[in-house]
Write a protein that binds this ligand. Structure first.
Ligand SMILES: C[S@@+](CC[C@H](N)C(=O)[O-])C[C@H]1O[C@@H](n2cnc3c(N)ncnc32)[C@H](O)[C@@H]1O
Length: 443
């Protein structure tokens, strides 16, 4: 049977899949439905037809799933920040566990049992984000600051976001009101005119520090100094206010030049007995409590395997390796963001770590040199969502490294890379799912 766009179909949602969609079937065809829950019986409208599947949205409920709860946030379903606030946290975890298991079952040559551990749950399932970047726009002369609506560039103005600390919510409202009254020029991405584009926060959650950054198209941001003074007075945990200038069009948030208007451009964060300096431009894990649990798992593996010479690939500020520095003989971190390495070197000093060395560069250009030392026994990979560079995974696969710890925030690309390792004779011993992003489908 052929289905058409805008056609309405009655459907029962059977399960949830990665990227947050509910999945139902009609005449054997998979239909992915946004904001649906297994057990929902719904009329859906087809929004896109793809090869072998359809995407749809709910038009009418025949029966609401018993797994549904009332989301805390009034914007849920409109704002693209959360996907699963309409399910109890324990249910979210069950689906994440199932999704990971399904991914692992996709591994080719899966002839032995992989030990998939129970997902590590979060203790705090709201207000956990330590980094927030929000676009600023204007709608009918009203300034709006918030996440984009899912799949669009329409800003859904925030009032209180349940993923970010309340202090961020409060500062955002102060900035919005001030900019409205002071008539601050706001960037319009359609005609590429205007000045203020994004506002962002980097928080040291354990040490209670905030760096606020404003991204603008121009060097000048008239009439804003008074706002900075007000914020510094009202919020003593603001340790820095930075203006980042981004003249480029498109989706790159940060530009190359910056001006520090107050304090510093970095915060300090504490994980275990280590302290980390993190610039607002450097990568750092978003959920600090879960990060500590992740690092402990890595440390336990290194300890159990008696790792001595470790490569920390895609290392950012080197925090994973530094956290484990007491356990191993030597660590080499490879990272292509110079700011992360500047922070990383200061962190070595701050934590009195002497057995960690950074290399600045792309992994594919550096891996050959570091692996020329045959005593490398362990590689920790923690790549961005796109996964490990193709050349790198093939190169490492052939080198038969004793231990590989692959940390990933996208199981789809991780499976792609693991399949290559399996092809070259590696075995997967353990999978440790960790819920880094409660209320969202991300893992
Ligand atoms: C997911 S982050 C992990 C950072 C770090 N392991 C941590 O836990 O904080 C990925 C890091 O890889 C870096 N990166 C991305 N592509 C790279 C490449 N081709 N070569 C080297 N580093 C890269 C990014 O700048 C980022 O710091």
């Amino acid at each position: 049977m052929v289905f058409f766009e805008k056609e309405i179909i009655k459907l029962q949602i059977k399960t949830l899949v990665y990227r947050g969609y509910g999945l139902g079937f009609k005449q054997g065809l998979a239909i992915f439905v946004e904001y649906s829950v297994p057990g929902d019986i719904v009329d859906v409208e087809i929004i896109t037809k793809k090869k072998g599947y359809l995407r749809a949205r709910i038009k009418r409920f025949h029966k609401r799933s018993s797994q549904r709860i009332k989301p805390k946030c009034k914007l849920f379903g409109r704002c693209g920040g959360c996907d699963w606030q309409f399910m109890p946290y324990e249910t979210q975890l069950l689906y994440k566990q199932e999704i990971i298991t399904d991914f692992m079952n996709k591994l080719k040559g899966f002839q032995y049992n992989i030990n998939i551990n129970k997902i590590v749950k979060a203790d705090n399932t709201f207000f956990y984000r330590n980094k927030v970047i929000l676009p600023v726009g204007k709608d009918d002369n009203e300034i709006s600051i918030g996440f984009y609506k899912k799949g669009t560039h329409k800003i859904i103005p925030q009032v209180k976001c349940y993923l970010q600390p309340d202090i961020v919510n409060s500062i955002i409202q102060d900035i919005r009101i001030y900019c409205q009254i002071a008539n601050i020029s706001i960037y319009n991405e359609n005609n590429r005119k205007g000045n203020l584009r994004y506002i962002g926060f980097r928080l040291g959650m354990k040490l209670n520090e905030i760096v606020l950054f404003l991204v603008t198209t121009l060097k000048k941001l008239p009439q804003i100094t008074h706002l900075y003074e007000l914020l510094i007075q009202k919020y003593p945990s603001i340790v820095g206010i930075v203006q980042n200038i981004n003249t480029q069009e498109g989706n790159y948030v940060l530009g190359k030049s910056e001006k520090i208007h107050f304090g510093r451009s970095y915060i300090y964060e504490q994980i275990g007995n280590k302290k980390f300096k993190i610039d607002y431009k450097s990568f750092f894990q978003i959920n600090i409590e879960q990060t500590e649990k992740l690092y402990n798992i890595v440390a336990n593996i290194l300890h159990k395997e008696h790792s001595k010479l470790v490569i920390d690939a895609y290392c950012g500020t080197g925090s994973i390796g530094m956290y484990c520095a007491d356990i191993v003989d030597q660590i080499i971190g490879i990272e292509n963001n110079p700011q992360s390495i500047i922070d990383g070197n200061e962190n070595l000093y701050l934590n009195n770590v002497h057995n960690y060395r950074f290399i600045l560069g792309k992994i594919k250009d550096q891996i050959g040199t570091v692996l020329s030392d045959k005593s490398v026994d362990t590689i920790i990979f923690d790549p961005p969502r796109i996964g490990i560079d193709k050349e790198v995974i093939h190169y490492v696969a052939q080198r038969k490294i004793k231990n590989i710890i692959y940390i990933s925030c996208d199981p789809a690309t991780q499976i792609r890379d693991l399949n290559i390792l399996l092809k070259f004779g590696y075995k997967i011993e353990n999978v440790y799912p960790i819920d880094m992003f409660p209320q969202t489908y991300h893992i």
